[in-house]
Design a protein around this ligand. Structure first.
Ligand code: EPU
Length: 355
């Protein structure tokens, strides 16, 4: 951060940068600045930092791995970047759990994919299908990250968080987190909770989930005839690497849109006119559509407006070809939403936080 004055309050568990660039802080790699950026290394510093921010009337935005946020402008307040570390098995054998299981606690600032591999190396299962998802552990429950037939909410035992309405540390069990498709209490009450750590209940024995399209084929291509959880994580990582643009080389935030959930009657009518459209039943009254398919059907896969584009690898991913601004990417997103709405009457919803 060569253009910011970093004042080292590291002894207090955080580091302050004034007028700091956020370019390297989000996977979209768009230019934006924070009036104040604070890297938090010890969660204990958070209550005091929030108190000071409140006293100064400054707005606070919390950043994890930056893989699910798009800055369309500078942030005039304080950005708190949670960089806390720590991985522990807090209970080796959980009484009452179905089968042998452990509880693992991970600090919010841990990198998600590293954490997945750490659990697998400790003989714990469950998170293998979620390998290689970008972002931090603390961000995972917020949007209930999911891939290849698994959502993280299934394995969350409890979330430790600072509640800004009561100014206290709270422990929210899985039911309280109210997980749903790409949704949770933390998303619905955005800004209220700062996640400190997540406890996961992970089994030592569990049937592998291989039914999602392409997973078995990838394992076969790897020659894994009797795969274990680590082989599944490897296979999923290979599929993701092939199908999704790499945020390290091309700015993106993974899926930019949620797969829309519509009334079953709406899905039936669309299917009637578009025989090849994928439809997944959600419950009796609702069905999920493929946002990627809808976008591709509008002819927008690979579409580019300046440096903002729709990935030609996967229509659900918006990418920064170079020096796109967040505003340009957001304008492209609205163009995509309008095109899908005009053609199919379905409104797509953005998945990342748009600032
Ligand atoms: N499809 C297209 N065009 C494309 C890509 C896909 O028509 O360019 C259609 C195909 O019919 C395909 C179907 O969409 O069979 C589903 O595609 P995919 O398996 O890639 O899944 P997705 O529904 O598009 C979701 C998640 C991804 C996750 C994959 C795999 C959401 C919003 N996205 O995508 O999550 O990796 O499933 O489980 O639910 C993310 O959230 O950042 C993310 C990448």
């Amino acid at each position: 951060m060569n253009d910011s004055r970093a004042s080292a309050a590291a002894n207090f568990g955080y580091t302050v940068h004034e007028n700091a660039s956020l370019l390297d802080r989000t996977t979209f790699r768009v230019p934006a600045r924070a009036a104040t950026l604070i890297d938090v290394h010890e969660f204990d510093a958070v209550p005091r930092l929030l108190e000071q921010a409140g006293a100064q009337n400054r707005e606070v935005l919390v950043l994890g791995g930056g893989s699910n946020v798009l800055f369309t402008r500078d942030w005039p307040g304080i950005v708190l970047a949670l960089r806390t570390r720590g991985l522990d098995i807090v209970e080796q054998h959980v009484p009452g759990a179905p089968g042998d299981a452990a509880i693992v606690r991970a600090a919010a600032g841990e990198t998600w994919d590293d954490f997945v591999h750490w659990t697998l190396a400790h003989g714990l299962r469950g998170l293998e299908n979620l390998a290689l998802i970008p972002g931090s552990v603390g961000a995972a429950p917020i949007q209930n990250i999911g891939a290849y037939g698994v959502e993280v909410g299934e394995f969350v035992h409890a979330v430790q968080a600072f509640d800004r309405t009561t100014n206290s540390i709270v422990r929210l069990d899985r039911a309280a987190c109210a997980f749903a498709y790409r949704d949770s209490l933390f998303k619905r009450e955005a800004g209220r909770y700062l996640i400190a750590a997540v406890d996961f209940l992970l089994p030592r024995e569990r049937a592998l989930r291989l039914d999602y399209d392409g997973v078995r084929e990838e394992l076969a291509a790897m020659g894994a005839t009797d795969p274990d959880a680590r082989a599944v994580a490897h296979a999923i990582s290979r599929v993701r690497t092939r199908k999704l643009p790499d945020p390290v080389t091309t700015g993106n935030a993974g899926s930019f849109f949620k797969n829309p959930i519509v009334a079953a009657g709406v899905a039936d009518a669309l299917r009637h006119e578009n025989a090849k459209m994928p439809v997944w039943p959600v419950n009796d009254g609702h069905a999920k559509l493929s946002a990627a398919w809808l976008i591709e059907a509008c002819g927008l896969k690979g579409f580019r407006d300046g440096n903002a584009g729709v990935s030609s690898q996967h229509a659900l991913v918006l990418i920064n070809h170079g020096n796109a601004s967040g505003a340009q990417i957001w304008a492209l997103a609205r163009h995509v939403m309008d095109a899908v709405q005009a053609r199919f009457g379905v409104r797509l919803e953005a998945e990342p936080l748009i600032v």
